[in-house]
Design a binder for this molecule. Structure first.
Ligand code: CUA
Length: 354
């Protein structure tokens, strides 16, 4: 009993701080209480409506219960009250009242569901998001209108004040695509294309965090991504840059790294670098413009020399269970393991891929 009491006391004392655990404050990078576009805005408004209706029901029901507990508690000399069964009027009222409350909640919920499902501009920019274990691939229509798509990974760029239609696909298992400040989750299902749309408000240019929200294996929590919202001009420039071939640096260390990439490192068999003949692999992220991304490893660490080195050296330590450590011959066959010098050259090459 005493243990229970002290535990209860601790929870009670900590209760004002408990909300901090739930990312409930708007300034949190993954808070849903700071919507930056119409989809997230509509969903937040719906949440508030349901929250306040539920809070009113809770206060009324619990208030009545407490009042009756106190008012009619057993007193000295009380005899049993008359026993009754049923009250038609009360029962009708208690049936109609919840129906009205549910209708108040249901009408805007259905409206919001349809608004989320139907893009206001189906012909606007369409970005394909593909869930892998455990990273995100994004493809864009070519600005010149050809059928080619521009492929990138883990950092989705979108123009502000523009409807962006998303086609969600999975290459393996169930994932869920979630950018808390822009839109609620939509499942990413193998063998099926789910659609959603997002829009970032004008003036909401910046970086937003995204996260896979469906358990998809051991590194699920490390399956993040970033959404960079830019002005439409900046976005168009970026898209044109992404179309260019991978930079062919004249720096001797980077050139050596490129040789390893296309040779003994066998990076080419899983990664694409546009412009490199052999590098057409599709298993891993497209690295053509890796250096233009702020983060690596599915947005889990900053894209810098030290982190790139650590990642290539032992990816399993950073993202347990990833395919690169399981299948890359430089990790599975001791005689093919890269030396620190070779890794430094590879890092120099990857950093030249602006
Ligand atoms: Cu993908 Cu969790």
């Amino acid at each position: 009993m005493r243990g229970f009491k002290s535990l209860f006391g601790l929870i009670f004392k900590a209760s004002p701080f408990l909300f901090l655990l739930f990312a409930c404050y708007p300034s949190h990078k993954q808070s849903t209480f700071d919507p930056q576009g119409p989809v997230a805005q509509g969903q937040a408004e719906l949440f508030y409506l349901i929250f306040w209706v539920a809070t009113a029901v809770f206060i009324i029901v619990v208030g009545f219960m407490l009042y009756i507990l106190v008012r009619y508690r057993k007193k000295e000399g009380d005899v049993d009250p008359p026993q009754i069964h049923g009250n038609t009027k009360l029962e009708i009222a208690l049936t109609i009242l919840p129906i009205i409350l549910l209708a108040i909640v249901a009408v805007p919920t259905i409206k919001e569901t349809f608004a989320n499902a139907n893009s206001p501009d189906p012909n606007s920019l369409t970005v394909e998001a593909i869930g892998h274990q455990w990273w995100w691939e994004f493809t864009y229509p070519h600005p010149n209108g050809s059928g080619d798509r521009i492929v990138t990974a883990n950092e989705m760029r979108i123009p502000s004040d523009t409807v962006v239609n998303l086609e969600l696909r999975s290459q393996n298992v169930l994932h869920s695509f979630w950018i808390p400040k822009l839109a609620g989750k939509v499942d990413v299902v193998p063998g099926n294309t789910n659609k959603m749309w997002i829009k970032a408000n004008k003036g909401a240019e910046g970086i937003y965090l995204g996260q896979c929200a469906e358990f998809c294996g051991v590194a699920h929590a490390l399956m993040k991504f970033r959404v960079v919202v830019e002005t439409p001009e900046e976005f168009n420039n970026w898209l044109l840059e992404q179309d260019a071939d991978g930079f062919n640096s004249a720096d001797p260390l980077a050139a050596k790294g490129r040789e390893i990439f296309e040779g003994s490192g066998q990076c080419y068999s899983c990664h694409t670098v546009k412009g490199l003949k052999k590098a057409r692999g599709k298993k891993g992220p497209n690295l053509t413009h890796l250096a233009s991304r702020s983060h690596i490893g599915s947005a889990i660490m900053e894209n810098n020399q030290e982190n790139l080195r650590d990642w290539i050296k032992d990816p399993d330590k950073i993202k347990p269970g990833n395919i690169m450590s399981k299948e890359g011959l430089i990790y599975t066959q001791d005689e093919l393991a890269l030396t620190d010098g070779q890794i430094a050259a590879l890092v120099a090459y990857l950093q030249s891929l602006k």
